[in-house]
Write a protein that binds this ligand. Structure first.
Ligand SMILES: [Zn+2]
Length: 283
């Protein structure tokens, strides 16, 4: 009898064990299934990473989509796109259209180089070098000598080059008379000049002055094109006693606050060197 109950207990134990085992299997299976599900999401964690990166790609896609329109708007609103212009080199940079945020020593105005590539030139005196002479209202004060006399700033960059070298138009534009704009104009200083006001969409109204020419190939009122010969280098004006060079200035179609030692002026002049270097076929 003891065997039977024992046997039946074993049987019952076996049944209970089986049931428990079955439950365990079910539970574990469920957990595995659940884990599998999680692992499915997690394993897909690889894929999910892909999904995640896909989602990352999605946002990064939308910025690039934003960038598209942004650069498009940069292209359409080119001048105000000054800061974003470098982001869309294909659209080409544009010169600033106002003094707001204007960087006097870093602004690049798109233009052609004023000398032929084979001109054998080198860079001489730069912008803002103090110079003796009357400081005209369109010039920056850039120094003071012991007796209190103010020094003017050199308003451009000198390109040292032999006399008789062709001078090229830096813009598509119109040759203008400087006298009504920068008063008093001083031919004794500038010598023979050609001043071109740009009609290019990336630099509207900007003016380039080439000075000390020996002779001109364009006159006031002429429409000229980039690269066109507008004159030849010389030593007219106050360049008579200097090493032969082309004096080159850029002036903006608006005025920019400038100061030296607390002396403030609103001027259209700025450093043409970055524009020259950008246009220089030899740099
Ligand atoms: Zn000069």
């Amino acid at each position: 009898m003891m065997d039977r109950p024992a046997a039946s207990r074993r049987v019952r134990f076996g049944i209970v064990t089986a049931i428990i085992a079955g439950l365990v299997v079910l539970v574990v299976g469920g957990v595995v299934a659940a884990t599998g599900g999680l692992t499915g999401l997690g394993g897909p964690a690889g894929p999910a990473g892909a999904t995640a990166s896909g989602q990352v790609v999605t946002p990064s896609t939308s910025p690039s989509q934003v960038t598209g329109p942004a650069s498009a708007s940069a292209a359409s609103a080119s001048p105000s796109a000054g800061p974003s212009a470098p982001a869309s080199p294909s659209a080409g940079p544009s010169a600033p259209i106002s003094a707001t945020g204007f960087r006097l020593r870093h602004t690049v105005v798109p233009m052609g180089f004023p000398l032929p590539a084979a001109g054998n030139y080198r860079y001489g005196d730069r912008w803002r070098v103090p110079r003796v002479g009357t400081v005209y209202p369109y010039e920056e004060v850039r120094g003071r000598v012991a007796d209190g006399t103010l020094l003017r700033a050199h308003d451009g960059v000198d390109l040292v080059v032999k006399t008789g070298t062709a001078v090229l138009a830096t813009f598509d534009g119109i040759v203008i008379d400087p006298a009504p704009i920068w008063r008093p104009w001083d031919p004794a200083r500038y010598g023979r000049v050609v001043v071109i006001r740009s009609t290019e969409s990336s630099s509207p109204g900007y003016m380039a002055i080439v000075a000390h020419l020996s002779s001109r190939a364009a006159k006031v009122g002429d429409a000229v094109h980039r690269g066109q010969v507008v004159g030849w280098t010389g030593r007219t004006g106050n360049a008579a006693g200097t090493v032969p060079h082309l004096h080159f200035e850029l002036r903006a179609p608006f005025r920019i606050p400038q100061a030296w030692a607390g002396i403030r002026r609103l001027l259209d002049v700025f450093d043409p060197l970055p524009s020259l270097l950008a246009a220089d076929p030899g740099s």
